[in-house]
Design a protein around this ligand. Sequence first.
Ligand SMILES: Nc1ncnc2c1ncn2[C@@H]1O[C@H](COP(=O)(O)OP(=O)(O)OP(=O)(O)O)[C@@H](O)[C@H]1O
Ligand SMILES: [Mg+2]
Length: 382
Amino acid sequence: MSNGQPSGAPSTDDDIDFPFCPNASEKYEKIAKIGQGTFGEVFKARERKSKARLVAMKKVLMDNEKEGFPITALREIKILQLLDHENVVRLIEICRTRSGPYTRNKNTFYLVCEFCEHDLAGLLSNANIKFKLAEIKNVMQQLLNGLYYVHVNRVIHRDMKAANILITRTGVLKLADFGLSRAYKQTEKANRFTNRVVTLWYRPPELLLGARDYGPEIDLWGAGCIMAEMWTRTPIMQGGSEQSQLKLISQLCGSLTPEVWPGISSLDLYGKLELPEGQKRRVRDRMRGFMKDELAVDLVDKLLCVDPSKRIDSNKALDHDYFWSEPLPLSLGPLLSKITTSMFELHAPKRRSQWMHSRHQGQQQQPRQPPPQSDQHFERIF
Ligand SMILES: Nc1ncnc2c1ncn2[C@@H]1O[C@H](COP(=O)(O)OP(=O)(O)OP(=O)(O)O)[C@@H](O)[C@H]1O
Ligand SMILES: [Mg+2]
């Protein structure tokens, strides 16, 4: 025994062999940084061997990890390995870079995923991209298809937002960023999940009021916010704190009371947080100012239902007449093929990226940013 370690125990990561973990820099050539998330950077890279295959490499943030591989990344990997669907981003493999003096003898790990040319936040920030009603239907249909699959597999995404929705060049939508997701079981016993999930602007009222026994409905609230954003082009409720987010929800969806939501009084923070009284539900009226299609208004209204037990689920939402009436959903392929630049949330105007990272509670949201100039978006050749 020396320095408190059993003899033969590796002293640095360098001594550990990872036979099933290819060397990232030998296998892939980084092209550009495309994302800066809470849990690490994301790079666009090319496979050296094929020279053609593009991938996204999400770096696993190992800082402050005294206890080894971060649990959040392990969860994301486990869940992505379980999921296999056209509308869910595909995890190809885990890679690492060899440790050395520059990396303090630590290995860096990457999640290598299929590459998608766009994220929805980036597309919505680009004033030159105009979605037709049929194209919005297609986006929402794919999003709900992905959610349906994820939920049937007993996974809750827990971070629905436009920046986590990827779209390929040919118009295939992929749910991404499963860093906060978790598997759930339907049991008799109440779950005790954390409610410190979902970026504030997309967080449903039950989580803001402290619910810990929640389910896939929380993702459908986010889907409703994203659907409305397809028209408004900016997140619809931009609160600066949990309290102000609840106020915005009440102003749009009506006062949060036991009359409209019988279970509300059992939530931990009900009675502790200030809830505006006497507010009428205005979802339909407000949405009509943006969307002319009455069926679209109806679906947003059903997704933004404050009582989670009455909120429409992905299965019923996919059956909604909105998707089965003219104009029928239309592929985004032709629209996207005209775009010669790739837009990611990272390069979109500041108003987006600044608040994107405050998905953990405790971290205060940044104050609302002024609207960007329409020609302010940053474009990158891909
Ligand atoms: N497979 C991919 N193809 C293309 N771009 C991607 C891919 N995966 C991630 N990105 C880009 O990187 C950004 C950050 O990735 P991701 O959301 O997975 O990381 P994160 O650290 O969990 O982010 P955040 O904390 O901002 O939610 C995405 O918003 C997207 O712009
Ligand atoms: Mg993300």
